[in-house]
Design a protein around this ligand. Structure first.
Ligand code: 5GP
Ligand code: SF4
Ligand code: MG
Length: 465
């Protein structure tokens, strides 16, 4: 998901709409905005579909006045898939000291356990979302102000959470102690903003200030500026390495590094680790493009756009049903025959999850007359599900969970298939020594099976580590 918030500007909701538009790649199912105005109070709008199709209407935006607003774009990883407007964030709660709204990116790994406990004690849930627990935990806290209630609530929550929240006067941002999901602070005019990624600061002309640190909470008001609190015990951070590979936009900056440059570097590492003789390096657009550029540069093999992407399709992976995903590949990608005919083609993609994309693309490339197909993948084999906010399927559906690299090659029926090594990936993100075996610098659980936070609910459901 993508989250964004602004305080201290006129018509904050317009800024939030723009920010969410720039974060649309993080969630395309639905979006929501909550605003507050001293006279009009809290207002909200939640809609299915793209930001540009909903939050551009002047009639709608006029209902969201005020100098303070937050928003969310949704990609369902927890809770019910598909249509339920009650699952669309931000969530809102009314407390004795006033209202508060929250928008959450990540996944709470003990949400089922918390929900059971809260329901037994009288909470009435409105949605099926894991994020709603936070509001109910806040309602049960005895603290006298909302930021402290939020600290109380988040100390009970396990897993990955970047949160943007608001009260009548304050904008609040928090990252979980491991800092799994991103969150950055920006300055816009006399006001401040919080965003999942820096690409959304650019769109509103905000200046990047810094990242919210893992385990940090910032409480921001027009009157007092930014105050920083540390609600959690410090722990080594575990930022999601897959944000670098796929999830973030390439024009964002993470930890001082350009995401594009990291992806290009992954391609360089891949070409060094797994070279192959061929005539053309071709990205699977868009997610494979920077790595393919790096691969071509390092190998000296010409780069070409052998596959064209229909710009009017969203990200296939985050369409929630398998059926739509299956069709999606052909709706989204088509081969440029004239370019690939008779050639030995290296296809570069960011990941192989179920293998649906790679299988279809291989067929399309061969149908178009390619002589050989070699896959080079910009992440290690995805052998484990993510429980921290990326919607990987159950373990059984992951190709790499049950097959060796050679078996996957046979299954996809390609001439060769190679993945970047975990160490190669770490080098590409700037860890020159590679992955620290005893305490990896990032979360890489979907590749390594080493989960930095025990997935409590999943273990209760029988998931085996
Ligand atoms: P597959 O078709 O193998 O199931 O999925 C791989 C494709 O899904 C890749 O092209 C990749 O770009 C895309 N993808 C989109 N979102 C995600 C995600 O959240 N996780 C992973 N691993 N791949 C994703
Ligand atoms: Fe990111 Fe993978 Fe960890 Fe999930 S399991 S947070 S996708 S690195
Ligand atoms: Mg892709």
């Amino acid at each position: 998901c993508g989250i964004f918030g602004v305080v201290g500007v006129t018509d904050a909701a317009n800024f939030v709409a723009l920010g969410l538009h720039a974060l649309q790649h993080r969630g395309q199912e639905a979006g929501g905005i909550v605003s507050h105005d001293p006279v009009e109070g809290f207002n909200s709008a939640r809609r299915f579909g793209y930001v540009r199709d909903n939050f551009t209407s002047q009639t709608l935006m006029k209902t969201l006045p005020g100098p303070l607003a937050i928003g969310h774009v949704r990609y369902s990883t927890a809770g019910s898939k598909g249509a339920a407007i009650r699952d669309v964030q931000p969530f809102f709660g009314e407390f004795s000291m006033g209202g508060a709204a929250i928008a959450h990116n990540g996944n709470i790994t003990n949400a089922d356990a918390l929900r059971r406990e809260l329901i037994e004690r009288g909470s009435i849930f409105q949605s099926s979302s894991d994020s709603e627990c936070i509001i109910h935990l806040m309602a049960r806290s005895l603290q006298q102000n909302i930021p402290e209630r939020m600290e109380d609530a988040l100390r009970r929550v396990e897993g990955a959470f970047s949160v943007v929240a608001m009260t009548r006067t304050k904008l609040i941002g928090v990252r979980d102690p491991l800092g799994v999901r991103p969150l950055v602070l920006g300055k816009v005019g006399d006001g401040w903003c919080l965003s999942s990624e820096t690409c959304a600061l650019d769109i509103i002309g905000a200046e990047y200030v810094r990242e919210i640190e893992p385990g940090e909470m910032v409480v921001i008001s027009a009157a007092k500026g930014v105050e920083s609190v540390r609600p959690f015990r410090p722990r080594p951070s575990k930022f999601c390495i897959f944000e670098h590979v796929y999830f973030s936009r390439p024009d964002s900056i993470i930890g001082g590094r350009s995401v594009y440059e990291t992806r290009r570097q992954i391609g360089v590492e891949l070409a060094k680790e797994s070279p192959v003789e061929a005539d053309l390096v071709c990205p699977v657009p868009d997610s494979g493009t920077p790595a393919a550029i790096g691969f071509a540069a390092e190998s000296g093999i010409p780069f070409g756009l052998g596959i064209t992407r229909n710009q009017y399709m969203g990200r296939t992976f985050i369409e929630p049903t398998e059926q739509i995903r299956n069709m999606g590949v052909r709706l989204k990608l088509n081969v440029n025959r004239a370019l690939v005919q008779g050639k030995r083609v290296i296809l570069v993609d960011d990941s192989v999850v179920r293998g649906t994309t790679s299988r279809k693309i291989k067929e399309m490339i061969l149908d178009a007359g390619a002589a050989e197909v070699h896959f080079r993948i910009a992440s290690p084999p995805t052998a484990w599900p993510c429980f921290y906010g990326v919607d990987t399927p159950q373990r059984e559906k992951l190709l790499a969970a049950t097959m060796s690299e050679e078996e996957m090659r046979e299954h996809l029926a390609v001439d060769s298939l190679k993945f970047i090594s975990l160490d190669g990936l770490y080098r590409a993100v700037g860890a020159t020594e590679g992955r620290k075996a005893d305490c990896p610098q990032y979360c890489d659980a979907c590749f390594s099976g080493e989960y930095p936070v025990a997935p409590t609910d999943m273990i209760a459901k029988g998931f085996q580590l």
